[in-house]
Design a protein around this ligand. Structure first.
Ligand code: PHB
Length: 386
């Protein structure tokens, strides 16, 4: 290259990085989600929701065009730090958006904290992310594992169940969902008599179902999601337990899974921050747009992806696209009312949604809204110092 050309190229590069710093170039969004394995469909729904919101804004957030970078995290915590660093260091993303699996999300939170990169978690409920790991640059558009579990503890105690067996995958999300459930259930006089688990993402449920059948508890509380949730509900029915020992769960057990579960899920009661039949105008327009764009019905994951994009837009608008203004970005979100399809919500001081947890019942392949299990439920954010 001639010296003049080199000078011109250098000048262009300098301009591009200046534009980036001042928040006028493209905003680089790093999607770190599962695109393979038991949570693959959840990752896709989150991305669909996120992209739908961006498309509705004409492809721009905070005045900046959006450029996507993607990594399949495989829901594998062992690869999580490397995967997050690929996006932050190699691709130089401005914001990390991910993920589904709690163990992977905790590694992402560590990378976000160490590098100062903005992180928006569009699913993983790891209590620590908005607990001991909470930070000015870490936000969640979804829930904490404690929230739906706690709500179901109240619901099942009120129904008069006294002794309950829990069953889940042995990792942060399962453990914390059960812990939240147990906290409320035992506070109201119930007793968790046995806590069953198997390693994530195993689906050999038979021996555990035999144990449940022999113990004959009043009811069962469960946390599973994605492909594993489909198999669990089908195996529960095949083992002859459906109709004999009522099965309840955090709503992930029946969200995005009903097509595959068929009649085996009918009648199930679950708690979650979303339902299929909400009488909310914002939800109706969201569902129409989503169905039209993707030829699919949305689920809770799609909503969380959509809201992650909304939250990014709120922050970016407040700082006029300049992500270096971290305190102003955070302050805007801390006072925002986020107009979600689930119903408007605010963020806690720890940056987790304060939201209504709904009681839903499965019927006609839908998670039908039955009522509000707990209004404006805030995660206790134990260990967060912000
Ligand atoms: C989690 O690992 O935090 C998790 C995974 C799938 C869900 C919900 C929570 O549906």
């Amino acid at each position: 290259m001639k010296p003049t050309r080199i000078a011109a190229a250098l000048a262009l590069a300098a301009l591009a990085s200046l534009a980036q710093a001042q928040g006028t170039g493209k905003v680089k969004v790093g999607l770190m989600l599962p695109y393979t394995g038991t949570f693959a469909s959840l990752g896709t729904a989150i991305e669909n929701g996120f992209r739908l919101y961006v498309a509705e804004q004409g492809g721009k957030l905070g005045g900046r065009e959006v450029e996507f970078f993607k990594v399949d995290d495989e829901s594998d915590p062992a690869k999580a730090t490397d995967n997050a660093n690929k996006l932050v260091k190699r691709d130089g993303v401005d914001v990390l958006v991910g993920t589904v699996h709690s163990g992977v999300a905790m590694a992402m939170a560590k990378v976000a904290k160490d590098s100062g990169t903005l992180l928006i978690v569009p699913n993983a409920g790891a209590d620590a992310v908005t607990g001991p790991m909470c930070a000015q640059n870490i936000f969640r558009s979804s829930f904490s594992n404690w929230q739906p579990g706690y709500a179901m503890g109240e619901v099942m105690a009120k129904k008069g169940h006294k002794n309950v067996i829990t069953i889940t995958w042995k990792y942060a999300a399962g453990d914390e969902s059960v812990r939240g459930f147990k906290e409320a259930f035992e506070k109201h006089g119930g007793k968790v008599t046995k806590e069953l688990s198997l390693p994530f993402p195993n689906v050999e449920f038979q021996a555990l179902l035999t144990e449940i059948a022999a113990a004959k508890p009043d009811a069962v509380y469960t946390f599973f999601a994605g492909g594993g949730a489909v198999k669990f509900v089908k195996d529960y029915a095949a083992a002859g337990l459906k109709g004999r020992i009522p099965l309840y769960g955090a709503g992930f057990i029946t969200d995005g899974t009903l097509e595959a579960q068929g009649a085996d899920a009918d009648g199930m009661l679950t708690t979650l921050h979303y339902a299929d039949s909400l009488d909310i105008p914002r939800d109706k327009s969201f569902r129409l747009a989503y169905a039209k764009t993707y030829k699919l019905q949305p689920d809770v994951y799609a909503v969380q992806g959509y809201d992650a994009a909304q939250m990014l837009a709120i922050g970016l608008n407040a700082v006029k696209g300049d992500l270096a203004k971290k305190a102003e970005f955070a302050a805007a979100l801390e006072k925002a009312k986020i107009d979600s399809p689930r119903g408007a919500f605010t963020l806690s001081k720890a940056h987790n949604p304060v939201q209504d947890i709904y009681l839903r019942q499965v019927g006609q392949k839908e998670n039908k809204f039955i009522g509000v299990a707990v209004k404006a439920l805030a995660d206790p954010a134990r260990g967060c110092r912000l």
